[in-house]
Design a binder for this molecule. Sequence first.
Ligand code: FEO
Ligand code: CA
Ligand code: CA
Ligand code: CA
Length: 594
Amino acid sequence: REARAATGSAFNFQEVTAGVDETHHVAEGYDADVLLRWGDKLFADSPEFDPMNQTPESQLKQFGYNNDYVGFIPLDGADDHGLLVVNHEYTNPELMFAGLATVGKDDDGKDKVIIGEMTKDLVDIEMAAHGGTVVEIRKDENGKWTPVLDGKYNRRIHVGTEMELTGPAAGHDRLKTNADATGKKVLGTLNNCAGGVTPWGTYVMAEENFHGYFIGELPADSKEAANYERYGVPAGWYNWGKHHDRFDVSKEPNEPNRFGWVVEVDPMDPNSTPKKRTALGRVKHEGAESIVNKDGRVVMYCGDDERFDYVYKFVTAATYNPDDRAANMDLLDDGTLYVAKFNEDGSVDWMPLVHGENGLTEENGFASQADILIETRRAADLLGATKMDRPEDVQPNPVTGKVYCMLTNNTKRKPGDENAANPRADNAFGHIIEITEPEGDFAATRSTWEILLKCGDPSVADVGASFNPATTENGWFGMPDNCNIDSDGRLWVATDGNSGKETGRTDGVWAIDTDGEARGTSKLFFRVPVGAEMCGPLSTPDLTTFFVAVQHPGDDGLATFEKPATRWPDFKDDMPVRPAVVAITKQGGGKIGV
Ligand code: FEO
Ligand code: CA
Ligand code: CA
Ligand code: CA
């Protein structure tokens, strides 16, 4: 506390030294314990992880790959017992499967990883490793968290899980397929990046880079050509479409319209059907963090993670009922979606994406609200929203009424294309915007904004970083991605892209002061092993645990199952490198960073 008073900082911990090696590092005086690894059992009858004998059936009962968003939902208000909800964003087959990948040469003679044939079995394991996990966890008498394998809420959500499309676009012809004449029933969710937990305790999974999962050529008479071009469909990152027709747009041209949504899951009912809430629009949703406004309406913020895409917020029509959980379950089906225009004078206009308004009419190709929601990007283009440097997590601060917007980078922004909210051309390191909602009214349609931080190495003048000079050489970072606002209203940022062969540092979690003299000071709290990206930063409401998700560890660009850049976290020759969620606690107990 004395240290906090002396520096004006809201944080008190000894900073980690930036660097890169085979393992993770946390601030002195803290423990960082691996809680759940890819392949770990989630049910009493789950098979043991056997990397040489993987099957789709076993993966469906085990923790999935590439953990991203992490949420915690207390059970009965407990601090030491609750549901952990975790997204599994994507798969790295070259690191998952034995004998599949080798290092060869590309056309320019440079080393590259060559992936062998993805059989149907391997594809089905990948599909089972995507989605999300709901698992009961409990703190034992030693203050360590463990999964409760016979927990009645435990669930795996995956690419085969039946889901329902709800809201204004549900049932539209553009959402119908050969398998689903209703346009309301979809199998699965994928590329779930960040997310959120709603005030009524549901788990929200954002569908991000869905375009990567489709192959094939659209039929010549398809009306979706412009739509798919705007979203980059099909990108062919995965060959699922070779084994499952619905991921081949030549065979199932409407299937891509059924992804890119915000998915809401009721974790208290493991048999519930997850809902794809079309009212929030269809984009490459990074996250979906929400807050109850002072008038009772709920406001959800979302970034669309692509260069030159937009920041959104959704305001529900009805109000939150704190006394009746069931009354809130369909709040996300009815409301107004807004896209942000960041003006040069420091104001933001939140422009409604509503049919019949502002040119969103039949003449411009929007016959109904459903068309606006299916082609949200094109609607936002028409309104002249501000083209941003890859909006990632956007999160409201309930303590201060501010909203933090992570903009990860945009090296394609050309000199002359800058705007006040995206002030750097060739923006390699990203920045963070702080929005102030007037008088704490998160539903406001006119707000103000300023830049909290321009990221990158402050010792390189050309980078133009703007950290507070109190920031040490360990404390600067680039590529902000996910963030956590803790119950004291403090900002923690996780990064994606600092790890690399030449950087001498990795991704991690940085604590950032937002107030007073210390504003803009950043300190390194946790860093990942080589090749990993940092996801999921989340503190429990009592601030005694900080969960982080270590994603794609060992992935240094040339890594394979046989030769990962590290064998974190098991460090056994017969175990592959494994993404995992880590629980950080203070030795002897107490609040994190206080
Ligand atoms: Fe999944 Fe926007 O990174
Ligand atoms: Ca990212
Ligand atoms: Ca977040
Ligand atoms: Ca990420």
